[in-house]
Unconditional design. Sequence first.
Length: 241
Amino acid sequence: MGLREPPPAQAGWAYFLDIDGTLLDIAPTPKAVHTARADCQLVASLYEKCGGALALVSGRSLAMIDELFSPLRLPAAGQHGVERRDARGQIHRPSLSKDLFDRAARMIRPFADRHEGLVFEHKGYSMALHYRLAPQLAAAAHAVVREAARTLGDLVEVQRGKMVAELKPAGFDKGQAIAAFMREKPFAGRVPVFLGDDVTDEHGFEMVSGVGGHSIKVGPGPTAARSRLSSPAAARAWLSG
């Protein structure tokens, strides 16, 4: 049995929105993704309607999120919850040294440089190796990221996503980021809603469902979410009411 469509969006809810594949259509590379004016207007309008209880929750860094949605500077969780900007504008990051990830980059980047179609991203506190343009290299890409993680030990973990292998600090995920927002104003006391499309969003779905919120999978695929919208276009239409 397929998942049901979510109920109509309500102004009194707290919204947590993934970006790539959820709000915006996926592109061949992260840098190829662009927001249209209508996308920014949609997010800005929803932010106003829900009294600021909206946060972008993405694998992108905060800097990348801000660049995409400029001039908006919204509450956001970047790098799968590793960094978070709360509603007051205060940024929360782990105390881990960036040197840790620079070491991993010295292993992964040369591998990407040697193989056409691989795209390496160093996001500061995490990194990603994209193989959307070279799907035949999926196993090799995951292997080199796992090896980098092994050399760094328990401080880091590997995360799978759509056509990407990622390395990030252990113990961070989108569910924990959403939970942190829900302890703060203006999110506290509201019904949480999370829209996502990828396996990296499953922690968020589980967290939101666990407190009686609305977990919404965008696109096909197995999921712990309780509702589904067919595409980013359908997600934008639902959010716009």
